[in-house]
Design a protein around this ligand. Structure first.
Ligand SMILES: NC(=O)c1ccc[n+]([C@@H]2O[C@H](COP(=O)([O-])OP(=O)(O)OC[C@H]3O[C@@H](n4cnc5c(N)ncnc54)[C@H](OP(=O)(O)O)[C@@H]3O)[C@@H](O)[C@H]2O)c1
Length: 194
């Protein structure tokens, strides 16, 4: 069974961005040590265009598939990029977009949970990266098998939650590991306890 992994950047108080989802305030913490870690451990989470600029030519390490909601995908579209993760199988959840802007990107309009369960049931040695954002993560919260939370040393006070619209329910996870960096970022990995 392939895992669905929510790999996400967060403030200390668990927000993935400002109330509109903008997380650019976290960018100032990206220094050489931290960038080297992310590029080495999760090279496939670096967008295709940035990989070219950073000289990353590594094979996919953890993930072979990415799922995002339309609002997250729209950030790439607004930059004129229709296939932001060309090195991965790409799925975008949307009911309003009826035609995919790229042959690389498959749209999911119906039965999001069922489609994710089918992807998880496929054979393969790599997992599925849930990129975000908040709304799609809230809808897929019970399908998440692993969390990789990059906690940046900033308090937001308010903002876009990790899981928009998810109802209250304590869901247990086991801590697998923590990596800390000189920039104050802590990357915690948790497995869902079922
Ligand atoms: N901090 C981080 O690491 C990180 C990572 C990723 C994203 N983000 C931020 O997250 C923000 C976007 O988050 P968001 O919560 O606004 O939006 P989102 O989850 O990215 O996308 C929401 C859209 O996905 C579609 N959708 C949701 N559930 C669906 C379902 N069951 N079936 C079909 N389509 C479905 C809908 O599109 P339609 O309206 O077309 O139906 C919905 O409007 C961005 O600003 C981005 O910067 C942050």
């Amino acid at each position: 069974m392939r895992k669905l992994t929510y790999y996400i950047a967060c403030s200390l108080d668990g927000f993935i961005g400002d109330p509109k989802g903008d997380a650019t305030s976290m960018y100032k913490f990206i220094d050489a040590e931290y960038l080297a870690f992310m590029n080495a451990e999760y090279p496939e989470t670096v967008p295709t265009q940035a990989r070219a600029q950073l000289g990353i030519d590594a094979p996919n390490k953890r993930f072979d598939t990415v799922i995002q909601g339309l609002n997250s995908y729209r950030l790439a579209l607004d930059e004129g990029v229709t296939s932001p993760y060309a090195h991965l199988r790409q799925y975008v959840a949307t009911r309003s977009l009826t035609q995919s802007p790229s042959p690389d990107v498959e749209l999911i309009a119906e039965d999001l949970v069922g489609r994710v369960r089918a992807l998880k049931a496929e054979d393969g040695d790599k997992d599925i990266w849930l990129c975000g954002g908040s709304q799609i993560a809230g809808e897929l919260v019970d399908e998440i098998d692993e969390l990789i939370i990059k906690s940046y040393p900033q308090l937001y006070g308010t903002g876009m939650p990790m899981f928009g619209g998810a109802g209250f329910e304590p869901r247990d996870f086991v801590l697998d590991g923590v990596r800390t960096f000189g920039n104050g970022v802590a990357v915690r990995t948790y497995t869902r306890k079922r």
